[in-house]
Design a protein around this ligand. Structure first.
Ligand SMILES: *Cc1c(COP(=O)(O)O)cnc(C)c1O
Length: 249
């Protein structure tokens, strides 16, 4: 199973690198967030052993449970004197987050990709204050304009971002979007391009600080297009775990 995973990771990395070449971008500008919702903690551990630190989860209950399990595994290895066999993960909350679940995930996550309202942002800020830590967040934008999607409307992003930067303990690091579920690559490309434009406008006018630097866009079906349009974080699940029978818990 680990051989298959190694092979999949290499293939995804190659595709990312080739997309960077086509777009004349430095591959170091684009990080892979491995979205592990389809697999169990053993596979997460293998990813960490392969040197991957950015792990994404879409469900609130899973983040805490899995992060605790991995932490315990590392602790045990350290205590046994063998030293940590794998690096500490950075957990990314990529799925929809409800206000009443913030308290549960905040102790574990490095970055939240899915902030789409001031009320949610306020709750994240106040829980971060309580824990005495900073939290990196991205604003989820409904760049495709589809009605069923989560995310702030394009026209409201600037205002929300501005309200958010004044909140304590909150680092507004960029924007996130999901492309429409569509075979039409032109539409997908247009959605990513639109997010990149919103990002550029904000970065030029109001968010000139260095921490505002991330565009989280692109998944298994569209990450190459996203990289060509400026993604700095791609969130990939299926392509990493393809053909791994029994990868589920
Ligand atoms: C599941 C998920 C992904 C990864 O999707 P794949 O198509 O399997 O690569 C990325 N982002 C979010 C928010 C997800 O829920």
């Amino acid at each position: 199973m680990k051989r298959k995973l190694t092979e999949n990771v290499r293939r995804v990395r190659d595709r990312m690198a080739n997309a960077c070449i086509r777009a004349q971008r430095d591959p170091k500008e684009v990080s892979l967030v491995a979205v592990t919702k389809y697999v169990g903690v053993d596979v997460i551990r293998q990813l960490l052993e392969l040197g991957h630190q950015d792990i994404g989860e879409a469900r609130v209950q899973e983040v805490g449970r899995r992060a605790a399990m991995i932490k315990e595994m590392r602790g045990r290895l350290e205590q046994s004197g063998a030293g940590a066999a794998f690096p500490e993960p950075r957990w990314h909350m990529v799925g929809h987050l409800q206000r009443n679940k913030v308290k549960q995930v905040l102790p574990w996550v490095s970055m939240i990709h899915s902030v789409d309202s001031l009320r949610l942002a306020e709750e994240i800020s106040s829980q971060a204050e309580r824990l005495g830590r900073d939290i990196d967040v991205l604003l989820q934008v409904n760049a495709s304009g589809e009605s069923q999607k989560f995310g702030v409307a394009v026209g409201a992003v600037g205002h929300l971002a501005e309200q958010m930067v004044s909140l304590p303990r909150m680092r507004v690091c960029g924007l996130m979007t999901m492309a429409p579920l569509s075979e039409d690559t032109g539409r997908v490309a247009w959605t990513f391009e639109r997010l990149a434009e919103v990002f550029e406008d904000l970065a030029k006018e109001r968010f000139t600080g260095r921490e505002f630097r991330h565009l989280s866009m692109g998944m298994t079906n569209d990450f190459e297009i996203a990289i060509e349009k400026g993604a700095t974080l791609v969130r990939i699940g299926s392509a990493l775990f393809e053909g791994m029978v029994g990868a589920e818990e």
